[in-house]
Write a protein that binds this ligand. Structure first.
Ligand code: HT7
Ligand code: ZN
Length: 866
């Protein structure tokens, strides 16, 4: 297959100003008629080539005249008209089969309803079109269907509706805003609707509608609340007002991704929209809030201003993740949110950067763009925006954003054009900063310090280096903002002077391979708190000793670094154990320090819950070379047991004292208390006391909400045996008719690290409720197993790898996008013990050698092997 390169970008040969689409909906034979106002873009004599896949052509006409076979050709990839006029009306009619579309791209059916997913290249499966984001058009859409499909929805405003003969009806929608084809959406079906409204900053009333499965409207209340808060926040934080008079969201159960920002008609995976305390956990509520915000924020960063080409994907995704993270921080607390965001970044993006699939935030070539919806584009893309704000300051950052909105509204643009707005608004030269978009890999920053007691000076010596990544053997130094402050040995903030200015905290920009700075007026021996708030996406190593880290853990006013110090101490203890030399003295010391952190009455419970969780096994695997997942699992478990025994009475007190007394509230405060209580339970269960099974069972039985029920089930998983088996059976019976809860039932079993679990996971693929065609169900079992159960996925027998490869090959036959997303856990094979790495590699080779593989899986499997 042919790679697509950024350097080959050419403006579109033809533009479409207006389009009128008519959908005559039938599950297996839908007719799509398109009437396009086409014009040649600038002077050239190229033929017209429009994309089109899996379309059954019925007719093609120009200015009312049907073209003969000789005047146009249609192949697997689209329509070619060798000699087209400069401006004309193109009319096409095609037939498509939504019912049998299991790739879930284009127009397909989910739960008996029609719905669409067009990003990135799904529109070409609906009609002939130049399916690229820089062709912006005004859409009018007529939808006709049997009356049993009660709601007929598309983008924009409803301008007409009525009845037709033969039990059918229709609706006509017009979207006044220019948009690319990937933002097109259509939904038709029997749905319930939750309605509300919001008065915008200029006093306009916007109708808000959330469409869900019949009977589910009450479960959309939290999403509606999150939507209204997001709309208000975007007005206040960025001055952005919603533009149409109607904003709709539809929930569907079969969806390849989380959600989609189609103009005025967002489509959501139901798992990211429906929630009530009985069926959803706090983590679900939190995720719903952030994804509702994310998709809403795309209205300006994605829809009103879109990407010129798919290489610019981070222009909308990185920026919108930054916006949703900022919103969540305002809703739920800045420190806790930052810790969660960094945990996710390290787990997904740092891992990606260390493996064969590492790529720049703005890549320069791809085979299938679907494979580039990665943590690098999204999460590292957001980190770049965050650094931009740190470097320029909040005011200049906002001025740059304002200029971007003003200059590029209604256009498809590039990352260069975006950065230029900040250069102009701030008067800074950001040419060096641009390397963050073009260079892959996670910079390693080291910091060594020397304190001169007589002179009261502190010298900080920094060095940076980025390891090579595929295709980029040589790296340049990047501008890295490092926020830092000082504490004294007692944990009191220590003032210092930098460039003659007295400071509590400052930011320096490290833009050379090495740099040295000297602080003056440092009165006492300092403990350095560096990279505060994780001011840059780098791996920092310092010459801090454990005693310094204990100071930070106890007292750093920067809560991110307080948490980070605890993680580093725990990580080193686990790695010592994994290497066979446990440091029992420091383990006790760590347990004491953790105990003190837990008894700090002024600390937020959500923060304490994060302090209580040890680094995850996949995170530990990233810092062990070569990685030995079994040794990590055992060592981590052993430290947990020690902590559990040491902190037993405190953990029980927390567990007993934090019970929900009043009504359930999904807000940050209620969720924080439950998080701490359940983290205490989780750690308690690491103590092999015989009465713990009953304790966990008591928690499970008493649970009044899904957060506590799942915590109870996970605790019973640690107990295993009959206690876990019975709880699983009861849980299944109680929730059989709730697909989103049954997904959790599959996921908890997929996480079970006990030795018999692998057989159970394989057996679950034959369970009547398992359905590979439903991405949520598949992810719940297969993806959870491969990503969150390292002890069993990396089973020395290779059975875990074989299982994953079998699933990839089976799913690839009907849903390549989802199959490709499963390849990643095998991709890191070089980082593991040679005997494991060889088994992983063998499975990748088996996949790559399979005939008829999709481009999606082929690209990832071959890149992983290269
Ligand atoms: N912009 C959306 C991306 C998306 C997507 C991409 C490929 C295949 C299916 C998809 N569904 C949604 C989601 C977002 O980032 O907001
Ligand atoms: Zn997005």
């Amino acid at each position: 297959p042919q790679a697509i390169r950024l350097s080959d970008y050419r403006p579109p040969a033809f533009l479409i100003d207006e389009v009128a689409l008519t959908f005559d909906l039938h599950p297996t034979a839908t007719r799509v008629t398109a009437r396009l106002q086409v014009r040649r873009n600038r002077e050239h004599s190229e033929p017209l080539r429009f994309n089109g896949e899996r379309l059954k052509p019925i007719s093609v006409a120009i200015d009312g005249r049907v073209l003969s076979d000789g005047e146009r050709t249609i192949d697997d990839e689209g329509l070619t008209i060798p000699s087209a006029p400069d401006a004309f009306v193109l009319e096409t009619e095609v037939e498509i089969d939504p019912e049998n579309n299991k790739a879930l791209e284009g127009l397909y059916m989910s739960g008996g309803r029609f719905c669409t997913q067009c990003e990135a290249e799904g529109f070409r499966k609906i009609t002939f079109w130049p399916d690229r984001p820089d062709v912006l058009s005004r859409f009018t859409v007529r939808v006709e269907a049997d009356r049993s499909f009660r709601h007929l929805l598309s983008n924009g405003n409803l301008i007409e509706q009525g009845e037709l003969e033969g039990g059918r009806h229709y609706a006509v929608w017009n979207d006044p805003f220019l948009k690319p084809s990937y933002l097109f959406a259509l939904v038709a079906g029997e749905l319930d609707v939750l309605e509300d409204s919001l008065v915008t900053m200029t006093g306009r009333t916007v109708e808000l509608k959330i469409f869900v499965d019949p009977g589910m409207a009450p479960r959309a209340a939290y999403a509606m609340d999150a939507l209204k808060r997001s709309m208000r926040w975007d007005e206040e934080a960025f001055g952005r007002e919603y533009d149409l008079d109607l904003f709709m969201i539809v929930a569907v159960r079969d969806f390849n991704f989380g959600a989609m920002e189609n103009k005025g008609l967002n489509i959501f995976n139901s798992s990211l929209l429906l929630a009530d305390p009985a069926t959803a956990t706090d983590a679900d509520f939190e995720r719903i809030e952030s994804v509702v915000a994310h998709e809403y924020f795309h209205n300006w960063t994605g829809d009103r201003i879109t990407c010129r080409d798919w290489f610019q994907l981070c222009l909308k995704e990185g920026l919108t993740v930054f916006r949703d993270q900022s919103f969540s921080a305002d809703m739920r607390g800045h420190a806790v949110q930052r810790i969660k965001d960094v945990k996710a970044l390290r787990a997904r993006q740092f891992a990606e950067d260390q493996g064969p699939l590492a790529h720049p935030v703005r890549p320069s070539s791809y085979l299938k763009i679907d494979n580039f919806y990665t943590a690098t584009i999204y999460e590292k893309g957001a980190e770049i925006i965050r650094m931009l704000k740190i470097l320029l300051g909040a005011e200049a950052f906002r001025a740059g954003m304002d200029l971007y909105f003003e200059r590029w509204d209604g256009h498809a643009t590039t990352v260069e054009a975006f950065i230029k707005c900040f250069e102009e608004a701030s008067g800074s030269d950001l040419s060096h900063f641009f390397a963050w978009y073009e260079q892959a890999g996670t910079p390693r920053v080291s910091l060594e310090s020397q304190y001169d007691e007589a002179a009261k000076t502190l010298t900080l010596n920094f060095a940076q280096e980025t390891p090579p990544t595929p295709g980029q053997p040589v790296k340049q130094a990047l501008p890295i903002p490092i926020a830092f402050g000082l504490l004294d040995g007692e944990g009191r903030p220590l003032r210092f002077e930098h460039d003659g200015e007295p400071q509590d905290e400052t930011v320096i920009v490290l833009d050379q391979p090495q740099a040295s700075i000297t602080l003056t007026g440092v009165d006492r021996f300092p403990v350095i708190s560096a990279l505060r708030g994780f001011s840059a996406p780098v791996v920092l190593t310092t010459d801090l000793e454990p005693k310094d880290k204990y100071v930070l853990l106890a007292a750093d006013p920067d809560l991110f670094n307080r948490w980070e110090a605890g993680q580093e101490l725990a990580r080193d203890l686990i790695l010592r154990r994994a290497a066979g030399s446990p440091d029992e003295v420091n383990e006790e010391r760590y347990a004491d320090a953790l105990g003190r952190a837990l008894s700090d009455q002024s600390a937020d419970p959500a923060f304490k819950a994060l302090m209580l969780a040890l680094p995850s096994e996949p995170d530990l695997a990233l810092v062990m070379s070569p990685a030995d997942p079994q040794a990590i699992h055992e060592a981590r478990d052993a430290l947990r047991t020690r902590l559990s025994v040491h902190l037993e009475s405190q953990l029980r007190e927390l567990h007993n004292g934090l019970q929900d007394l009043g009504e359930f509230s999904p807000d940050a405060e209620g969720a924080g208390r439950r998080a701490l209580r359940n983290a205490a339970l989780d750690l308690l269960l690491a103590n092999p006391r015989s009465d713990n099974a009953a304790y966990a069972h008591g928690h499970f039985e008493a649970a009044g909400n899904m957060t506590d029920a799942m915590a109870g089930l996970s605790a019973l998983m640690q107990v295993g045996g009959e206690a876990f088996g019975q709880a699983l059976a009861d849980f299944y019976e109680r929730w059989t008719s709730e697909p989103l809860v049954i997904d959790k039932w599959f996921a908890v079993q997929a996480r079970d690290p006990s030795e018999t679990a692998i057989g159970r996971v394989m057996g679950l693929t034959a369970h009547p409720a398992f359905d590979t065609k439903n991405p949520n169900r598949l992810r719940a079992l297969v993806s959870t197993f491969a990503n969150f159960n390292p002890a069993r996925f990396h089973d020395p027998s290779g059975a875990g790898y074989r299982f994953l490869a079998d699933q990839i090959l089976a799913v690839d036959r009907f849903n390549p996008m989802i199959a490709a997303r499963l390849v990643d856990p095998l991709g890191g094979w070089r980082r593991y013990k040679p005997e494991l790495g060889a088994l992983m590699r063998a499975e990748l080779e088996r996949i790559a050698a399979t005939a008829g593989l999709s481009k999606n899986v082929y690209e990832l499997a071959t890149r992983a092997l290269a």
